[in-house]
Ligand binder design. Structure first.
Ligand SMILES: *[C@@H]1O[C@H](CO)[C@@H](O)[C@H](O)[C@H]1NC(C)=O
Ligand SMILES: *[C@@H]1O[C@H](CO)[C@@H](O)[C@H](O)[C@H]1NC(C)=O
Ligand SMILES: *[C@@H]1O[C@H](CO)[C@@H](O)[C@H](O)[C@H]1NC(C)=O
Ligand SMILES: *[C@@H]1O[C@H](CO)[C@@H](O)[C@H](O)[C@H]1NC(C)=O
Ligand SMILES: *[C@@H]1O[C@H](CO)[C@@H](O)[C@H](O)[C@H]1NC(C)=O
Length: 620
């Protein structure tokens, strides 16, 4: 048998060559992959930011791929003082995808070598002391989706090469000392959604190419030295929701095409040199809730339908040259706060109610409680006034009574999110799993979104068990903002400590870089605010039901103020934050700004309030 096997010399040569190649390959692999991973470990060690002796992929804030190569570094909120950013040798981390070093005490300049991190999608270094100019090599980071360098001390101008970062979604460079012009190449960044350059010293005019950024939602350029006119190409920015240009030296008139921005909700052009008329088209902006044109040179008449904008809560046209009569839509509007003072308007004597008085012009109106003009709204005002008085007395009484029974640090037992890496579900039938939530919402598809809150979006999810839950998820751009992250964590901390039948129930939460959401009991009837705004619903919502709601809220507040070791102050009670279940039972929600009243502390500086009321610098 053996003699029948014929082996040709060619086959032998091929076989031996193959074997040798395989051996060479494995040798190369054996030499190269561990050594590059060791290089990375060494490079990490040399920063002095860690001193653990274990494998580097297990260090705090270090995440690796399967090959042991570092893909993500996140030391945000690690309370470390990292010093020079250049301690991180960028060229040693070819696989790095995300770098999160916010509020880490970084100083020095952004090294030119940053350009070697060509895989980078997120560069998030806000709230540090970085100095110097933006390196030109940044333009090499063409995969970048998020560039967040706000609240540093960067100077110089924004390089025009920025236009190469085609994947950019968020560009947050506010609160620096940047000068120079806004490069027209921004127009090439068609994915850009959030552009924040406020609080710099940028000059020159707004390039008309900005009008090409179709996805732009937030455009914050206030507090700069910008001149020139508002380009009419702004009319193309149909996604725009927030346009601020206040405190610049913008001149010219407001382009009538502003009427195309149907999603615009917040428009602040105050403190500029804008002249011409208020375009009539402004009344097309049905979603407008905040309008500030004060402190300009605007003349002519006020568009007659301005007061009919249902969403408008605040409108400031003061310190202009407006003339003519005040439209009925404004004088009949009890709900919106209109400041028309310091103009040349005529008929203030015909204004029926007392709220409109003041010197030459008019000022006031009842500050934005709601928008509709029916009797239910007036009832709402009465209910809310009674309720506010009640709240105030409870707060005062609560403070007085609870002073004695204070025990400190009782929150230390709460689960602490270690390095943002936590998923916890409790107090439920144990059937909610992370995967179920992702599946039920098709990874938070917009079609499951039922509302957008002061921060984050709220989704409705039906789990495989049939149960329906509500999910509040932070937007990716809110995650690098410490105020939102803090609100989110605060809510988890508060709601995991308190339980009451009139306080919204938290089933669980996920606090991780890629999944920032809270899981609540679903409330069928939505918020009290929505209920009262709907003509039909509001009609059915009779006095007995309303009193029940007030009682429920009073119960919850009394519990928070009296029955707990330290009084909990909600600080943002509004009809938006009262939720109703199918039986119209009220639940207090949104504990993002709640805090414990610690009598030993006088610290009152925490952010508090609803968007639209909090400082725009902190909101979206
Ligand atoms: C290094 O280790 C020491 C204890 O050996 C610890 O006190 C120190 O905080 C560590 N430094 C860093 C940067 O982790
Ligand atoms: C830009 O990226 C290329 C690789 O794509 C790299 O070779 C080059 O060094 C980078 N340039 C800078 C300035 O970092
Ligand atoms: C922007 O795009 C235009 C046309 O596509 C191109 O000519 C220009 O060089 C680009 N600018 C930058 C800075 O990428
Ligand atoms: C306006 O906003 C709604 C949701 O609020 C969104 O569905 C719609 O796509 C937006 N329109 C544009 C043009 O972006
Ligand atoms: C309206 O704007 C002016 C000037 O910017 C400001 O002084 C005034 O307080 C504002 N009015 C209201 C009601 O906020």
């Amino acid at each position: 048998m053996a003699s029948s096997i014929i082996i040709s010399p060619a086959v032998v040569v091929v076989t031996i060559t193959s074997i040798m190649m395989i051996m060479l390959f494995s040798l190369a692999n054996a030499l190269s992959s561990p050594s590059s991973s060791t290089d990375e470990a060494e490079a990490l060690r040399r920063t002095g930011w860690w001193n653990s002796t274990s494998a580097h992929c297990t260090w705090d804030g270090v995440y690796c791929n399967k090959a042991g190569s570092v893909t993500l570094i996140d030391l945000t909120y690690s309370r470390k003082e990292l010093g020079e950013l250049s301690k991180l040798e960028f060229s040693s981390f070819p696989s790095l995808v995300e770098l999160w070093l916010g509020a880490c005490g970084l100083n020095g300049t952004i090294p030119h070598q940053i350009g070697t991190l060509t895989q980078l999608t997120f560069l998030v270094l806000p709230l540090n002391n970085l100095t110097g100019e933006l390196p030109l090599s940044l333009a090499n980071l063409t995969q970048l989706e998020g560039l967040s360098l706000y609240s540093n001390r960067l100077h110089g101008s924004i390089p025009p090469q920025i236009g190469k970062m085609k994947n950019l979604i968020g560009f947050n460079l506010h609160y620096n000392n940047l000068t120079g012009v806004i490069p027209s190449s921004f127009g090439n960044l068609t994915n850009l959604t959030y552009l924040r350059l406020y609080g710099n010293q940028m000059s020159g005019f707004i390039p008309p190419q900005i009008g090409k950024i179709k996805n732009l939602i937030s455009f914050f350029l206030h507090d700069n030295n910008l001149t020139g006119v508002i380009p009419s190409s702004f009319g193309n920015l149909t996604s725009l929701t927030y346009l601020t240009l206040s405190s610049n030296q913008i001149s010219g008139f407001i382009p009538p095409k502003i009427g195309y921005l149907l999603n615009l909700s917040y428009l602040d052009l105050s403190a500029n040199q804008i002249n011409g008329f208020i375009p009539r088209e402004i009344v097309n902006l049905k979603k407008l809730s905040y309008l500030d044109l004060s402190n300009n040179l605007i003349s002519g008449k006020i568009p007659s339908q301005l007061g009919n904008l249902k969403e408008l809560e605040y409108s400031n046209l003061s310190y202009n040259n407006l003339s003519g009569t005040i439209p009925h839509s404004i004088s009949d509007n009890y709900m919106t706060s209109f400041d028309l003072s310091h103009n040349q308007l005529e008929n203030q004597s015909t204004i029926p109610h007392e709220a409109f008085r003041h010197d030459k012009g008019l000022c006031g109106g009842i500050k934005g409680l709601s928008h509709c003009k029916n009797r239910h709204q007036i009832i709402l005002i009465i209910v809310i006034s009674i309720f506010a008085t009640l709240l105030l007395s409870i707060t005062v009484v609560g403070i007085l009574f609870c002073k004695q029974k204070i025990r400190k640090n009782q929150l230390s037992k709460t689960t602490k999110a270690k390095n943002g890496d936590l998923f916890s579900i409790w107090d439920y039938d144990g059937t909610i799993a992370y995967d179920d939530i992702i599946q039920a919402t098709e990874d938070f598809d917009i079609k499951y979104c039922i509302g957008i809150g002061g921060y984050g979006s709220v989704y409705k999810a039906q789990l495989p068990s049939g149960k329906v839950v509500a999910l509040k998820k932070l937007h990716s751009w809110e995650r690098d903002d410490p105020t939102y992250l803090k609100s989110f964590e605060n809510e988890v901390q508060m709601l995991s400590t308190i339980q009451h039948r009139n306080i919204v129930k938290l089933y669980g939460f996920c606090l991780h870089k890629r999944c920032m959401f809270l899981v609540y009991k679903y409330m069928e009837k939505g918020s009290l605010y929505c209920m009262l705004r709907d003509e039909v619903e509001a009609m059915e919502f009779n006095w007995i039901k309303r009193v029940n709601v007030v009682k429920g809220i009073a119960n919850a507040l009394s519990y928070m103020h009296h029955d707990y070791d330290l009084p909990i102050i909600h600080r943002d009670i509004s009809s938006n934050n009262i939720l109703l279940d199918s039986k119209l039972e009220a639940f207090v929600a949104d504990f993002g700004t709640a805090r414990l009243l610690d009598p030993d502390s006088s610290n009152q500086t925490l952010l508090a309030g609803t968007y639209g009321y909090i400082a725009p610098a902190l909101g979206w």
